[in-house]
Design a protein around this ligand. Sequence first.
Ligand SMILES: [Zn+2]
Ligand SMILES: [Zn+2]
Length: 308
Amino acid sequence: MTDTINENQKGIWQAVDLICDTPVLLILQSLWLGINRFDALHEATGLTKTVMSDRLKKLSNAEIISRRAYNTRPLRYEYIFQERGFKLFETALMMYRWENTWNPDGVSESFKLQHHTCGEYIMPLCACISCKDEVNPQDIDVTLNIDIANYPETYVKRRRQSGSAALKKEKPIIFQEIAEIFGDRWSTLIVRAAFFGVKRYDGFLKATNASTNILADRLSWLSEKGILKKQEYQVNPPRFEYVLRRKGLEILPILLFMLDWVDTVFAPNDPKTVTLRHTKCGSPLKVAPKCSHCGEILSFDELRLKTS
Ligand SMILES: [Zn+2]
Ligand SMILES: [Zn+2]
């Protein structure tokens, strides 16, 4: 039974495995800025050529990007988004917004997002496609369709890496802090579990399958980062629980778009991971990014990401 479930749920874990990786996020960021040749990508990301080649191959195998020759002698390639890559842009927009809110110094000064339709520099908002209203975490009714503790053994452990550790030199990074969190799958799993109402140590242990020392390390790291708040729920003996702070709650749109991406384009034949309802309008929740200025739903070709 468990094996069957795992087999059917491969999509979500393959996606997390692929996207929750700092070098991958750096490459995607550069591609969205219009940098798509190998040498230019190498220069823009500061990644080593070995790491670059490896991640470009993974992104190509997952059909997020494809490569095409722009020069035949010598043979040179550039990398372009496929349909799956365009759709993943929505998740990246929510990451951009989160970084702007929580690390405005680096992001707002280095990157601007222009909406071609209204001409303004804008912020992407998470909207419900039925009522077009902005979606707030408290207005979502979540039904979990899978047991999140069940995941394939192939979902291997990887050491936490910071954005800067993956780099040879300092570069402006849009996804600086969010890449640190999503770049560590245990933290991603803990944050996900917290959204599903898990508060206590044993609950996180069950929901993530992490070892006790990894879990303790990540819980205190996420608390230091201001994502979780450690609070005492029993005095004698002292017992603690972890709840999402505002900074953590605002990760929800990123998770919603990531789940939508997996369910609609990455693994459309898998059973849906979650069923969501927008309690404000009563409709099944389908998210879409909308413009903070004109309120229109945003699409990839109407946006320009600019460096300043
Ligand atoms: Zn709605
Ligand atoms: Zn607009």
